[in-house]
Each structure stands twice: as structure tokens, then as C-alpha cells.
Design a protein around this ligand. Structure first.
Ligand SMILES: CC(C)(COP(=O)(O)OP(=O)(O)OC[C@H]1O[C@@H](n2cnc3c(N)ncnc32)[C@H](O)[C@@H]1OP(=O)(O)O)[C@@H](O)C(=O)NCCC(=O)NCCS
Length: 169
């Protein structure tokens, strides 16, 4: 299977924040943002492997900045690393200033998707070739995050988390 660049999976969704999507402080409801992130990440994972993909895990989400009503929000997702059947997707969320057009990073997340066949069985995916410094950093750290996610899900034993153990040695 031919490897693909991270850039080939890049997916950018831009939308506004409407009144039905906000909390009592008139900021974007967290669950709504998670759904937008999941949608962009799912498209990115699908672009990478050209298969059906399912969300296996939400590994990390940081709501660093509130997103006010009326904001223009851009959700940018890219596959950072692919393993055998799973792919890590990193999602960056930006808010655009209405007057200047300047984009500020508001939030970020890391999701894991698995490629499956029509019966839901995992299938192999192509490798990722990172190109930029940021893509290379994210690629390098992805195995550690995969092991942490599997460990927390009870799917591997602490002794098998070699990348995590290496952090403490
Ligand atoms: C995701 C799913 C396909 C995994 O199936 P499974 O039988 O556990 O398959 P495996 O154990 O072979 O795991 C498949 C891959 O997922 C990875 N994976 C499974 N759980 C994971 C987790 N919690 N975190 C990170 N990766 C995970 C495995 O490491 C493996 O990756 P690899 O092949 O690249 O090494 C299955 O659990 C599923 O269909 N879940 C429901 C998905 C869904 O409906 N999502 C939407 C939520 S509403």
C-alpha cells in the first residue's frame, strides 16, 4: 500500500456559531465543537485510507478558549500517523476575527479512527509521510499517545507501553 503525505488528508471546515449551538454564556457548546471536530477528522481519516472509518477513541481535547456566538470557526484536521488499521488525527480549531480576518488558535483535539470493511472489520491503511517540522513532531509523538490510549482503555498492559516507559527511564 502506497504511503501518503499528511497534507493529502488535510480537511478544513469553516462554519459560524449560531444561537442554537451555544451555552448559557452564549459561547459554543462543547459537544457541538466535539461533533464538528469528529466530522472534520472523520473526513481526513477517510481521505487518507479511502475506506469507511469509525471513531475508536477521543484521546485528547483541550477547550482553551471560549468561542462566542457569531464567531467564524475553522476546524482543521490532518492524519498525523497511521498504524496498522488505525490513524491518529490531530485537529486544530481557529477563530477568525471578523474585521481583520486574523485567525487565533482556540482549541485542539486528537482522535483515533479505524478503517473498516463493510462488515465493520478493521482493514489495513497506508502509512503517513510527514513533511513539515510540525507534522514530524506529531508523527513522532503519536505512538506514545496510542499506547496511552490503549493503556487507559485496558487494551494493553503497562509493561507493553514501551514508549511511555521510556519517558521515565
Ligand atoms: C474501533 C473498532 C473497529 C476496533 O475494533 P477492535 O475489535 O477493538 O479491533 P482491534 O483490537 O483490532 O483494534 C483495531 C485498531 O484500533 C486500535 N484501537 C482500538 N481501541 C483503541 C483505543 N481506545 N485507542 C487507540 N487505538 C485503539 C487498535 O490499537 C488497532 O490499531 P492498529 O491496527 O493500527 O494497531 C471497534 O471497537 C468499533 O467498531 N467500535 C465502534 C466504533 C464506533 O461506532 N464509533 C462511533 C461512536 S458512536
Amino acid at each position: 500500500m502506497q504511503a501518503k503525505t499528511a497534507k493529502e488528508s488535510q480537511t478544513i471546515l469553516t462554519d459560524m456559531v449560531l444561537p442554537g449551538e451555544t451555552n448559557a454564556l452564549n459561547n459554543l457548546f462543547g459537544g457541538e465543537l466535539l461533533a464538528r471536530m469528529d466530522r472534520a477528522a472523520s473526513i481526513a481519516a477517510g481521505r487518507h485510507c479511502r475506506r469507511i472509518v469509525v471513531t475508536a477513541s477521543v484521546n485528547h481535547v483541550a477547550f482553551n478558549k471560549a468561542v462566542p456566538l457569531g464567531s467564524v470557526v475553522t476546524v482543521e484536521a490532518k492524519v498525523s500517523r497511521a498504524f496498522k488499521t488505525s490513524m491518529e488525527v490531530v485537529i486544530d480549531v481557529w477563530i477568525e476575527d471578523r474585521e481583520s480576518g486574523k485567525k487565533t488558535k482556540a482549541n485542539e483535539g486528537i482522535y483515533t479512527f479505524v478503517a473498516v470493511d463493510n462488515t465493520g472489520q478493521p482493514v489495513d491503511v497506508p502509512e503517513v509521510m510527514p513533511e513539515t517540522d510540525l507534522e514530524k513532531q506529531r508523527f513522532a509523538a503519536a505512538l506514545r499517545r496510542k499506547q496511552l490510549s490503549l493503556l487507559l482503555a485496558g487494551k494493553i498492559k503497562p509493561n507493553d507501553a514501551s514508549e511511555l516507559k521510556a519517558l521515565f527511564e
